[in-house]
Write a protein that binds this ligand. Structure first.
Ligand SMILES: Cc1ncc(COP(=O)(O)O)c(C=O)c1O
Length: 388
């Protein structure tokens, strides 16, 4: 059997006529930049997420930049985030001249551990960026309580803002609210392999604050307030009309995709937990008041070396090889926590500083995940996992 990890081809085939027609329409109209499809998409995104304002942009990385630029984050500021995320979360903090301050993750959800945030707050802390890793929002009540406590205890204008990096979690909810509507600003990515993907790069920022929304709209257009009049130092951060046209079609079907992803995740979990041979495998933990967009279904393959040193080749690595031989693609999100990345050497962190992130990086492995994984495929994958 040969299994596809994200199965983008299947999805294209499903909506082929509509998507190709939408792309052709943009080509015929030649409204490639900020065409009507972009405004149409933003309106639909607002309706879908419940956020008052949705501002589309070039990708999920620029979305983070726009969010921090709108909040005036820059040199001398500190921004707290998790080291167990994609590089963009922390890279953008550093790119703006601010300092990423890492806080370890919760061992069950792999999201930032709120109980460790307070110790990292200083008078320079401007924002906290929780990442909704693999699609599941972090413990937002606890994070908001901390941000509020410190915002009020410092003299104004000190405020600790919350920016949710929702690149992997579009459509997820926390206490019934989408994570796009939860932060002071939330971001997402429409990278093709994301739960809602376009046909190239794309992203969006969300906020309930009109002032921030207007500033981000301006910042994505070189900081202009009217043509060739520039109030801010901004960037070229627009979403292409063609990408908006694709997203307008795909967003209509997205609730169904989310439900199918949930079904696939449930089937994996039931199937895996029914196997007593799989004592070395830990399935994903969803906290009760959250729903996940299931960008990834990531399991932990426990190593014997846990709590000692980094293994050179973990049980996870060996398993990945074996699965590959059986036609089962897997991926590791992510093999090295950010505090150990070469580009962040200057921050002065060392191995051992964030032990949970380090252990999970050695053990995590994502199984094929998309709305179309079949029962037969799940059976085949789980069957092969038993032979480790
Ligand atoms: C957590 C996280 N943040 C940010 C990004 C950046 O998004 P993009 O690739 O659209 O720039 C990604 C994408 O992989 C991500 O997973």
């Amino acid at each position: 059997m040969k299994i596809d990890f994200a199965n983008l081809q299947h999805q294209h085939n499903l909506y082929k006529e509509e998507i190709e027609e939408a792309i052709l329409k943009v080509a015929r109209n030649c409204n490639f930049i900020m065409g009507n499809e972009v405004q149409e998409l933003e309106k639909s995104l607002e309706e879908f997420t419940g956020a008052k304002y949705a501002v589309s942009c070039s990708n999920g990385t620029d979305a983070l930049l726009l969010a921090m630029m709108a909040l005036g984050i820059g040199v001398g500021d500190e921004v707290i985030t998790t080291p167990f995320t994609f590089i963009a979360t922390a890279e953008t903090i550093a790119f703006l001249g601010a300092t990423p301050v890492f806080v370890d993750i919760d061992e069950k959800t792999y999201n930032i551990d709120p109980s460790k945030i307070e110790a990292a707050i200083t008078p320079k802390t401007k924002a906290i960026i929780p990442v909704s890793l693999y699609g599941q929002p972090a413990d937002m009540d606890a994070i908001k309580t901390i941000a509020d406590k410190y915002s009020h205890s410092h003299s104004k204008p000190h405020k600790i803002s919350i920016i949710i990096d929702g690149a992997q979690s579009f459509g997820s909810t926390y206490n019934g609210i989408t994570d796009s509507a939860l932060g002071d600003i939330s971001t997402t990515s429409f990278f093709p392999a994301k739960p809602l993907g376009c046909y190239g790069d794309g992203g969006a920022v969300f906020t309930n604050d009109e002032e921030l929304a207007n500033k981000m709209k301006s910042l994505r257009l070189h900081g202009q307030t009217k043509r060739y009049h520039h109030k801010y130092i901004g960037m070229g951060g627009r979403l292409d009309t063609i990408q908006a046209a694709v997203l307008n079609v795909k967003l209509k079907y997205y609730p169904k995709d989310l439900a199918l992803r949930q079904e696939v995740a449930d089937k994996y979990s039931v199937s895996l937990s029914g196997q007593c041979e799989l004592k070395n495998i830990i399935t994903p933990a969803l906290t009760p008041h959250t729903t996940s967009a299931w960008a990834q279904y990531s399991i932990r393959v426990k190593s014997d070396h846990v709590h000692t040193s980094h293994p050179h080749s973990s049980r996870r690595d060996e398993l990945q090889e074996k699965l590959k031989e059986q036609g089962i693609p897997t991926a590791v999100h992510y093999p090295m926590p950010l505090h150990l990345q070469e580009c962040f050497t200057y921050l002065g962190y060392k191995k051992g500083d964030f032990p949970i992130s380090e252990i999970v990086s050695d053990e995590i492995m994502s199984l094929p995940m998309n709305p179309y994984v079949t029962d037969e495929e799940i059976g085949y994958i789980v069957g092969n996992l038993q032979h480790i």
